[in-house]
Design a protein around this ligand. Structure first.
Ligand code: NAP
Length: 496
């Protein structure tokens, strides 16, 4: 159970502690932040509201610990990560329980998130050993005017202290996707978890503690992003920020100093359906892509752009599948569960009402109880409706009928976002042409957008992000290249 057994030391019977210098501590602020259960809409957990002074101490400790960690052999860093991964998987049940209570993640998906996170940590350890174990040797005579008298040895060195800020929807998986690459590459790591999801993240952090990482190398400060976020992201002790979330990331990018940034932000993933597509496959993917975890996924299908000639048939197929989705509490492993906060539910409702006023066709009756919104497909959506462009992050999916593939591509590319997209057609040549024309970081052919498998590159264009994630890219993002040049007194040609 959460907060008991091996996890008892992270909890003081009322408020969950924060993690600094290898210890679980109460904040001197004497204040806490409540985490509201999206299903009951009552306080489920409380976490510490950390102070700026506590953040300063965490940063100082991280800087000291990082120096020693960078001298720790790569294989030993990997060994500790493998240990943390095993502990994480062993304790999947209490961590999943937190995900169910804090973010209303359906029970099975909650367990999957923890197991996938353990696998991600292990894979990162393996990948790090390979890619950080290799450097480059360059010779000078390839550049005009040079003899072969300089040898350049380049290798990858850590950046220092990495600040990781994940969002609520995958508070464990999107935390470890930052923690593991940072650590294998020899960095220290400070985690600021999302408020909804913070307790799951604290349990995950304890698994790293139990694995035996050095004191101060990893820490976790809690508090509202709106209160301690700026202090953290503008802290002079931070050498890299890896952030996943919404528009907040754009604001952080403008405020952060001259440090590498990895930003994975919002999306309006378009699903373009051509006339020759397998329409059963399309319908299955629209439902899975649009409604899994109640649409609260960065890579959810967020707008369907469908050729008018096949639209009626697809809409009918989608409607009959939507009718079979179960709606209710996450404990019952329902397909559609309450959205994360009341303000999210209000925002989604605002988009739905705007579409209603402007004449969209409701394929189901709009229904809401508290934070629970029943799945809704909106047909005949037009570009003057907000839902055609904005990210609902809820179980509400707009369908725009198009008369040409160019119209679909135009709508996709007119968006500020460019995370993922997908195209359905049986013609691989057309699929490649459409994929090339869509201005998004990844295009899936004949499948809904998806972040995984976690070693694939994952990146957003435009307002959807800076840089690329995926295990290898994240490790490479969290290092700098360092060179040593050997200057020979005379040119030397091998086998010469
Ligand atoms: P969010 O509101 O932007 O919050 C993300 C994180 O930022 C949370 O940990 C939040 O903490 C923190 N934060 C808030 N204000 C901050 C500040 N001023 N400085 C620093 N950190 C601050 O996003 P969300 O609602 O959790 O997640 C939903 C969004 O994430 C959607 O737009 C979705 O598309 C996007 N997302 C993108 C990806 C991707 O990989 N591209 C993946 C998943 C989700 P608090 O919780 O304490 O406010």
């Amino acid at each position: 159970m959460a907060g008991t057994g091996v996890f008892a030391e992270i909890f003081d019977e009322e408020v969950y502690k924060y993690y600094a210098d290898g210890e679980w501590r109460k904040s001197t602020s004497g204040k806490s932040v409540s985490i509201i259960n999206p299903t009951t809409r009552k306080t489920q957990f409380k976490v510490q509201a950390c102070t700026q002074e506590e953040v300063n101490k965490v940063m100082e400790a991280a800087k000291v610990a990082q120096k020693a960690w960078a001298r720790t052999p790569l294989w030993k860093r990997a060994e500790l990560l493998h240990k943390a991964a095993a502990i994480l998987k062993e304790h999947k049940a209490p961590i999943a329980e937190c995900l169910i209570k804090e973010i209303a993640k359906p029970a099975k998906d909650a367990v999957t998130e923890v197991v996938r996170s353990g696998d991600l940590v292990s894979y990162t350890a393996e990948e790090g050993v390979r890619i950080l174990g290799e450097g480059k040797l360059l010779v000078s005579d390839s550049f005009p005017g040079n003899e072969r008298n300089k040898y350049c040895l380049s290798s990858k060195v850590p950046l220092g202290v990495v600040l990781a800020i994940p969002p609520f929807n995958y508070p464990v998986n999107l935390a470890v996707s930052k923690i593991a690459p940072a650590l294998i590459a020899g960095n220290a790591l400070v985690l600021k978890p999302p408020t909804q999801g913070a307790v799951a993240a604290l349990h995950m952090m304890h698994c790293f503690h139990l694995a035996g990482f050095p004191k101060g190398l990893i820490s976790c400060v809690t508090g509202k992003g709106s209160e301690i976020g700026d202090f953290l992201t503008m802290h002079p002790g931070v050498n890299c920020i890896s952030f996943t979330g919404g528009d907040t990331g754009i604001a952080i990018s403008k405020k952060a100093g001259m440090i590498p940034l990895q930003m994975e932000l919002g999306g309006k993933d378009a699903c373009i359906v051509l006339e020759d597509a397998d329409l059963d496959l399309v319908a299955a993917n629209i439902v899975k892509g649009g409604f899994s975890y109640s649409g609260q996924r960065c890579t959810a299908v967020k707008v369907v752009l469908i050729m008018d000639s096949v639209a009626d048939e697809v809409v009918e197929k989608v409607k009959s599948k939507v009718a079979k989705l179960t709606v209710g509490p996450p404990e019952d492993d329902c397909d559609i569960t309450p959205v994360v906060t009341e303000s999210s539910a209000n925002f989604i409702e605002g988009l739905v009402m705007d579409a209603k006023e402007k004449g969209a066709t409701f394929c189901q009756e709009y229904r809401r109880e508290g934070n629970l919104i029943w799945p809704l497909l909106l047909d005949h959506v037009r570009p003057d409706m907000r839902i055609a462009w904005e990210e609902p992050f809820g179980p509400v999916l707009p369908v725009i009928r198009i008369l040409s593939v160019e119209e679909g591509i135009h709508h996709c590319n007119a968006s500020n976002f460019g995370l993922q997209g997908c195209v359905f057609t049986r013609d691989i040549n057309k699929a490649i042409m459409v994929s090339d024309a869509m201005e998004s970081g990844t295009i899936q052919i004949n499948s809904a957008p998806a972040r995984g498998p976690d070693h694939f590159p994952f990146q957003g264009l435009k307002d959807s992000g800076i840089g690329s994630q995926g295990i290898t890219n994240s490790i490479n993002m969290m290092v700098k290249v360092k060179s040593t040049v050997i200057n020979l007194p005379a040119p030397s040609y091998t086998m010469g």
